[in-house]
Design a protein. Structure first.
Length: 530
């Protein structure tokens, strides 16, 4: 996973033993700190580790040593190429921080958890930032640290998985505001003596622990002039339980400072406003609608959920750029305790929502389902069948056709929601007087609303039979042929079947033009009959 990977986890650094029962059991990570009085909690993001627990890390009284810097100097390199801001023919890039930790702190860190601040150097790329993180952790490990808490240095920067880094000890990343709360507390006295914390509940992130949502696909309802359901995928970092939520949905628009690509250019975002209009999101459901590879300073699903929650949103929905599959929102450990649900939807539905909001920005309501065990009600049934390939024969409509005049046979996949028993379609019978009276194929297309993603809401609100345009020909008793790409508002084959069945069709053939089409019906059954 690179920087743009959208699968990231969390650690919870929580309030103390008395709050243990209020967190998500073994999917939460916390250490306990007493700051002269009550316990304090500090959230951070665990980096991938080979095990969920480590005997040297998960201890009741772990020593924590802050590593101060003796010196720091941003190293630059000059490269050929114009600098538009200066008019120079060369560019100067910040590539490293030549830092030095204080020797006395390195002596104290052996056997302790090292608390390390990141660099304030404006690195030219994300790679240089990650390399600096890697070097700081390595310096602590070389001095004998048994774990590391790494601290971000910008107020709005959210921790991320350092995908290109490799740390030999348990490591997590703390936000800058939380570190500021530590500065005047138990940990940072004038002599920089070590503090102690309880790490017994500080679970580590291991990919094998990542839960699979069950059911995989849930749904929510859109309530506008029309009402319809949209299938959605739940995030693995969702709260364990929420009530059903109904509210206005509004698009969440990042400020231009947060739509930058380089690490250096994102610093203005992390020190400033994240959203163009944060007040517009308060009490609303935030809708993130942009391709997952858009350059930006926040590139992880959980970051969008945290940002939405922090400005008062009551839920979040993300529209992916994919037509036939979902991006899985994870990882299940994140650097804050999330209380709002997060869902992802496919592009066709994202474009429908976006069009509705643009047309009527004040009145588009969404009903998000209640979550139980972090998931909503099932959109599909929980059955699964493994069916083989069926063979179809096609005949030309020629005078004197016989059953031996087969034009060709073709292999076709069978839908798992097919009727348990069906007589099939008999051989065609052609007569000069009556024409073909059995096994006739009727090609249809979609209603005009169903062939344009901007009118999908109208399409899905039509009666199923009316979503088909059969050119005025009745479909009762006919075998209907539907070309998949003609129905851009459909997300699963069951919708094709429902429309054909409602129109009276005897059978249905769906044609696609892709070698492999990833659709949900390959894995799940719809609860509809067919």
């Amino acid at each position: 996973m690179g920087r743009r990977s959208l699968l990231v986890g969390y650690i919870i650094l929580c309030l103390g033993p008395s709050l243990f029962d209020h967190v998500l059991g073994d999917v939460s990570t916390f250490f306990t700190v007493r700051t002269g009085g009550p316990f304090e909690h500090f959230y951070c993001l665990p980096q991938p580790y080979q095990t969920k627990v480590d005997p040297s890390w998960n201890i009741e009284e772990g020593k924590v040593q802050f590593l101060r810097q003796e010196s720091s100097s941003c190293r630059t390199e000059t490269i050929e190429g114009g600098d538009a801001t200066t008019g120079s023919s060369e560019s100067s890039l910040v590539v490293a921080d030549d830092f030095v930790f204080k020797a006395e702190d390195l002596e104290r860190v052996s056997g302790a958890v090292a608390l390390i601040q990141g660099s304030t150097c404006p690195f030219a790329t994300w790679g240089y930032y990650i390399a600096d993180y890697q070097l700081r952790v390595e310096k602590a490990v070389e001095a004998g640290a048994m774990g590391v808490v790494f601290v971000e240095v910008y107020a709005n920067k959210l921790p991320q998985h350092m995908d290109q880094a490799n740390t030999a000890v348990p490591t997590c990343i703390l936000r800058e505001p939380d570190f500021n709360r530590l500065k005047s507390s138990w940990l940072l006295d004038e002599n920089n003596h070590p503090g102690f914390a309880d790490f017994t509940g500080a679970y580590l992130y291991n990919m094998q622990d990542e839960p699979v949502p069950n059911p995989v696909i849930t749904y929510f309802e859109v309530v506008d002039r029309l009402t319809f359901s949209i299938p959605a995928l739940t995030a693995t970092f969702n709260p364990s339980s929420t009530d059903a939520i109904e509210g206005h949905i509004v698009e969440a628009n990042f400020s231009s400072a947060c739509l930058q690509d380089s690490f250096e250019s994102c610093i203005a975002c992390w020190n400033g406003e994240v959203f163009l209009d944060r007040e517009a999101l308060a009490g609303k459901i935030a809708f993130f609608n942009f391709p997952h590879d858009v350059p930006g300073c926040f590139n992880y699903y959980y970051q969008w959920s945290i940002l939405a929650q922090n400005v008062g949103a009551i839920g979040a929905v993300f529209g992916t750029s994919a037509d036939y599959f979902y991006h899985v929102p994870g990882m299940y450990l994140v650097p804050e305790l999330l209380t709002i649900p997060f869902f992802t939807i496919m592009r066709m539905h994202a474009e429908t929502l976006s069009h509705l909001i643009a047309t009527d920005p004040e009145d588009v309501m969404v009903k998000l389902p209640a979550l139980v065990d972090s998931t909503g009600p099932t959109y599909f049934s929980d059955e699964r069948s493994e069916l083989g390939v069926s063979v179809l024969g096609q005949w030309e409509l020629n005078e004197g056709i016989t059953t031996e005049d087969v034009t060709f046979h073709c292999a076709a996949g069978q839908s798992t929601y097919n009727p348990a028993n069906h007589p099939g379609v008999p051989y065609p019978d052609f007569d000069l007087q009556t024409g073909l009276d059995a096994g006739r194929l009727r090609f249809v297309t979609g209603h005009e609303y169903c062939t344009n993603r901007t009118t999908c809401a109208r399409c899905l609100n039509l009666a199923a039979a009316d979503q088909i345009d059969s050119y005025g020909v009745p479909l009762t008793g006919e075998v209907v042929v539907m070309v998949e790409l003609d129905f851009v508002c459909y997300h699963s084959y069951t919708e094709y079947s429902s429309a054909a069945s409602a129109a009276g069709a005897y059978g249905l053939i769906i044609i696609n033009y892709e070698d492999i089409v990833y659709t949900m019906v390959h894995h799940l059954l719809n609860s509809e009959g067919a």
